[in-house]
Design a protein around this ligand. Structure first.
Ligand code: ATP
Length: 262
């Protein structure tokens, strides 16, 4: 079943990042990054370890202040806003790690996921999207399996009314069968009309579900365009190391900037 996550399709881009510069202390990580997530589309954000993918998600969600550039959500400039205000503007971050309250029940976690400004929002759409959570509604979240906890983290997206969902390696550390379920959940989010920016170690799977891809290398964008125009073999060789299986690889650190069929 597909549960609608957004209202009528929006005409503007869900997310636009222009000339974004950010880093830690005196270290610059993102170097004038431009990236667009058109409304209702899935964008795969790929690149080797340390490329700046998490830094980009943190900067978009307001956890990190950029030193340059702009962040637009639904066409609205949120660059100077707090994380809380950005959440209200429509940014929903599903961070690496599960980000659920382990000592609370599933029901309590879902109740807390409803933002103050959406008070009264029914948790039913989240339960419809993840029936396993309905079965475990009274269970303490921390006693569920890793995959179930990740589903709880994803279920929160259905309650926040987001314009754009930022997903940071949500399949990390899960068993292969559970990874299948997580990708099915992501596909469900995409079918619901959500706009997704997906960071994933499972590169081929991410590309298969994405409309567009953005490759980041040493904080600079080296490709942005349709996901199906990417040559996966070249992508794997350049970004993940020739000797690694792209489905299970971690980046090998070949960070030579290479334009991939722009
Ligand atoms: P990975 O796939 O390994 O998560 P990534 O593309 O998400 O990589 P980031 O985590 O954004 O990369 O890291 C980009 C650079 O910023 C790296 O060189 C990293 O060491 C550095 N970095 C990340 N977090 C911090 C921090 N809190 N303080 C200082 N430097 C950091």
């Amino acid at each position: 079943m597909t549960t609608a996550i957004t209202g009528a399709p929006r005409r503007v881009n869900a997310l636009e990042v222009r000339g974004l510069v950010a880093g830690y202390g005196r270290t610059t990580v993102l170097r004038e990054v431009n990236l667009t997530v058109p409304a209702g589309s899935v964008v795969a954000l790929l690149g080797p370890n340390g490329a700046g993918k998490t830094t980009l998600l943190r900067t978009v969600s307001g956890l990190l202040r950029p030193s340059g550039g702009t962040v637009l959500v639904d066409g609205e400039d949120v660059t100077t806003r707090t994380p809380h205000a950005r959440a209200r503007a429509g940014v929903c971050l599903v961070p690496e790690g599960r980000g659920v309250f382990p000592n609370l029940t599933v029901r309590e976690n879902l109740a807390l996921a409803v933002p103050r400004w959406r008070k009264g929002t029914d948790v039913e759409p989240a339960l419809a999207a993840f029936p396993v959570l309905r079965e475990r509604i009274r269970q303490i979240a921390g006693t569920m399996s890793g995959g179930q906890q990740q589903m709880l983290a994803l279920a929160r997206c259905y309650l926040a009314g987001p314009s754009v969902i930022l997903l940071d390696e949500v399949s990390m550390g899960l068993a292969p069968k559970v990874v299948d379920e997580i990708f099915e959940a992501l596909a469900g989010l995409a079918r619901s009309g959500a706009s997704l920016l997906v960071v994933e170690q499972y590169v081929n799977r991410a590309l298969a579900m994405a409309d567009f891809a953005c490759l980041l290398n040493r904080g600079s964008v080296t490709y942005t365009g349709p996901a199906d125009l990417l040559d996966e073999a070249e992508l794997t060789r350049r970004y993940l190391g020739a000797d690694l299986d792209a489905e299970h690889g971690t980046a090998a650190g070949d960070t030579e900037p290479v334009p991939l069929r722009p």
